[in-house]
Design a protein around this ligand. Structure first.
Ligand SMILES: CC(C)(COP(=O)(O)OP(=O)(O)OC[C@H]1O[C@@H](n2cnc3c(N)ncnc32)[C@H](O)[C@@H]1OP(=O)(O)O)[C@@H](O)C(=O)NCCC(=O)NCCS
Length: 242
C-alpha cells in the first residue's frame, strides 16, 4: 500500500512537513515502538498486560499476516504518532497469526505469567481453555467457529456481507487532536473499500472516550457485546455498501 501524506488538518499534502504526519503500512522494524505505544495507550487491555515482549511479537505477527491490516502514522521527526490494527479477512488473518506465530505468542504469554501471578491467574481462569482449543483447531487445520463474540477472534461474513474489522487504534498522547486517529481510520476504510468489503466493525470498551470519537466520525453504534472472558464492549459499524 502506498503511503498517504496527510496534513494536520487532514488535507492531502506533498509530504511530512511541519506538524504533518505520514500514514502507511506499519513496518516490522517499528514493532518495538508500536508495542511501547500499545502499552502506553491501551495498557489495561488483557493482551497488553501480557508484557512488551508479547506485544512486540503480536504486532510483528500482524504485520506478517497477508490478511492483516497494520497501519502507522509517523510524524515529521520519524516518531510513531499512532497505530491501527485490523483485518479485512478476519478468519484467514487469525488462522495465519496462529499458524505462524501461535507458538511464540503462547510462549511469551506463559513466560510473562511465570513472573506475574495475577496475570497468570487471569490467563488460566478466562482464556486457557479457549486458547488451547484454538491451538488444537489450528493444528488440526479446522476453521474457527463463526460469529465469535470475543474481540480477539474475528467475525466471519456477517449479515451485511463481507466484513472487515478494526481491532486496535492507539494515538500517542502527544499527537492527539491533530487528526492522526481520523487519518488512520480513513486509510483503513479506504483499504476496506478497495478490497470489496461491505462493512467494517469494531468494538470499544464503554469506559474509553473513543466511543465519542467514532460517533463523531459517523460510525453507527449497534449494541453491546460481552466477550467470553466477561468484558463488556460497545459495537460500532461503518457500511461501505453503495
Ligand atoms: C480516540 C483516539 C484514537 C482519537 O485520536 P486523535 O488522533 O486524538 O483524534 P483526531 O485528532 O483524529 O480527531 C478526529 C476528530 O474526532 C474528534 N474527537 C477526537 N476524540 C474525540 C472524543 N473522545 N470524543 C468526541 N470527538 C472526538 C476530534 O475533535 C476531531 O474532530 P474534527 O475532525 O471535527 O476536528 C485517541 O484519543 C486515542 O488513542 N485514545 C486512547 C486509545 C483508544 O481509546 N483507542 C480506541 C479504542 S481501541
Amino acid at each position: 500500500m502506498a503511503p498517504a501524506f496527510v496534513s494536520s488538518e487532514g488535507e492531502e499534502a506533498a509530504g511530512p512537513v511541519g506538524a504533518s504526519f505520514e500514514v502507511g503500512p506499519l513496518s516490522r522494524n517499528c514493532t518495538r515502538a508500536s508495542a511501547r505505544l500499545h502499552l502506553e495507550v491501551l495498557g489495561t487491555e488483557f493482551l497488553a498486560r501480557g508484557g512488551e515482549r508479547f506485544l512486540r511479537l503480536y504486532h510483528r505477527a500482524w504485520c506478517e499476516s497477508p490478511a492483516g491490516l497494520a497501519l502507522a502514522a509517523v510524524d515529521a521527526s520519524g516518531e510513531l504518532a499512532g497505530v491501527l490494527l485490523g483485518t479485512l479477512e478476519p478468519a484467514a488473518h487469525y488462522r495465519s497469526m496462529a499458524r505462524r506465530h501461535g507458538f511464540g505468542l503462547a510462549l511469551c504469554l506463559l513466560g510473562h505469567a511465570l513472573t506475574h501471578p495475577r496475570f497468570a491467574k487471569e490467563l488460566l481462569v478466562t482464556r486457557a481453555v479457549r486458547y488451547a482449543r484454538g491451538a488444537v483447531r489450528v493444528m488440526a487445520r479446522r476453521p474457527a467457529p463463526t460469529r465469535g463474540t470475543a474481540p480477539e477472534e474475528g467475525p466471519e461474513e456477517g449479515p451485511e456481507g463481507k466484513e472487515g474489522e478494526i481491532t486496535h487504534l492507539m494515538v500517542a498522547p502527544s499527537a492527539r487532536g491533530a487528526g492522526v486517529g481520523k487519518a488512520l481510520v480513513h486509510e483503513a476504510l479506504r483499504a476496506a473499500e478497495a478490497a470489496g468489503i461491505e462493512q467494517v466493525v469494531l468494538v470499544t470498551r464503554p469506559e474509553l472516550a473513543s466511543g465519542g470519537f467514532y460517533l463523531h466520525l459517523g460510525w453507527l453504534p449497534y449494541g453491546e457485546v460481552t466477550s467470553r472472558s466477561g468484558e463488556h464492549f460497545v459495537r460500532y459499524k461503518w457500511s461501505l455498501r453503495t
